[in-house]
Design a protein around this ligand. Structure first.
Ligand SMILES: Cc1ncc(COP(=O)(O)O)c(C=O)c1O
Length: 398
């Protein structure tokens, strides 16, 4: 009998009991707004920031409404002005160029390599075109961060890291988000911690931190933060920094705190699933597994492989055959954006030049979510199905 997978690719685990209890406590006292605290109370949002700063080793942390908002705030704080060019990845998701557009700046796309990381040669070639790089660690793939920082430091480029897919990951032991001026994270349901919506931002720079706090909508209540610089730093910037409200609230923060405490355990579980899938996909003719560099500690919350130089028709057929057996794959090579998947030429509000080498890679990228509700057996079944269907289509190609 043909094996079928019947699980859901979009079902996350439930919110842990400890987080539900914490959320109920917030609901019972009713002080959901982060600055609404009782005498002597430390609010959930301020505590979340303090804990995430300690977890990443950052001096400062700010919790905000979304990952997209975190990126826009970081760009405003570093001084991106309307009309400025901002370098960013050609391979990423729509909220990344969207954040650039939200500050009326202009994305300049940098190509993608077969390792699914930013093309450092293309970055070096375009380094004179912008003063800021919004670096997306798309699908959790970290580029050679040492080389990237060398290129950017030499060119005077400020790096903002989009760590939506790398919370819990590291490059040579340095947590993702700690090399740029800012690290930006998302706490949206499909990410590594789940508060429905939400974002976090970290930095070691006191003035950038103070600006981000003011921008997020602190009014003059910034002294209620536990992971922000002292009032003397706010004195330097408070009259010149607009309030662009996008705060985190205590309800979401209360849900996130227990999840962050458990992040390392979850990362281990994700990687067990990823490695089971990866092992099952090795040595399939026509299918390229993405080898991960030794310096990278990744979080396998999704997996990608390449069907490099396949015709679009053959890729579509392989995806359709997997779907018929319950395995949902996303493809970055489609002409039209679909679901969460789009590519640099889909964002027509931003001008782009064709990048043939990147187009070849994008056309081959197949992407799959790995929710923690999958068991290791599920991963083995999924890998067997992909293996069989990709092989069948590959064999039938001329
Ligand atoms: C690569 C990437 N960056 C940033 C974001 C933005 O996160 P949010 O949805 O919290 O705004 C997402 C969300 O899907 C993403 O996939």
């Amino acid at each position: 009998m043909t094996e079928r997978f019947t699980g859901s690719f979009t079902q996350q685990e439930p919110i842990p009991d400890e987080a539900i209890e914490a959320a109920l406590a917030v609901l019972r006292h009713g002080r959901l707004h982060r600055y609404n605290v009782a005498e002597g109370e430390l609010g959930e949002t301020a505590l979340l920031e303090q804990e995430f700063a300690a977890q990443t080793g950052a001096k400062y942390c700010l919790a905000v409404a979304s990952g997209g908002y975190a990126m826009a705030t970081a760009m405003r704080a570093v001084g991106v002005q309307p009309g400025d060019a901002v370098l960013t990845n050609a391979f990423t998701l729509a909220p990344v160029p969207g954040a650039i557009a939200s500050v009326n700046a202009r994305p300049v796309f940098v190509g993608v390599t077969e390792k699914l990381t930013i093309d450092l040669g293309d970055l070096a070639a375009k380094a004179d075109q912008a003063k800021v790089l919004l670096l997306s660690h798309m699908r959790g793939h970290l580029c050679d961060m040492d080389r990237l920082m060398e290129i950017c430091d030499a060119a005077g480029i400020t790096v903002i890291e989009d760590c939506a897919h790398t919370m819990g990951a590291a490059w040579r032991g340095v947590p993702s988000g700690r090399q740029g001026a800012f690290g930006c994270y998302s706490c949206q349901t499909y990410k590594h911690v789940n508060s429905g919506e939400g974002g976090l931002l970290i930095t070691d720079d006191e003035e950038l931190a103070a600006k981000a706090v003011m921008l997020s909508g602190s009014y003059m209540l910034y002294e209620r933060h536990l992971a922000a610089p002292g009032p003397e730093v706010f004195d330097r910037i408070k009259y010149h920094t607009p309030n662009v409200s996008g705060r985190m609230d205590n309800l979401r923060a209360s849900i996130l705190r227990p999840q962050l405490k458990d992040l390392d355990r979850q990362v281990t579980r994700w990687n067990e699933r990823y490695q089971a899938l990866e092992a099952g996909l090795r040595d399939v003719p026509g299918l390229t597994v993405i080898d991960r560099p030794a310096a990278e500690s990744y979080v396998g919350s999704s997996i990608q492989f390449l069907l490099l130089d396949w015709t679009p028709k053959a890729v579509r057929e392989a995806i359709a055959r997997c779907a018929a057996r319950g395995v949902e794959l996303k493809w970055f090579g489609a002409d039209e954006p679909a679901g969460f998947t789009s590519r640099y030429d889909s964002w027509r509000y931003a001008q782009s030049e064709r990048m043939p080498a990147s187009d070849r890679v994008l056309t081959g990228i197949v992407d799959m979510r790995v929710p923690l509700t999958f068991s290791l057996d599920d991963c083995a079944v999924i890998a067997r199905i992909i293996r069989a269907e990709v092989s069948a289509v590959h064999q039938s190609q001329p």
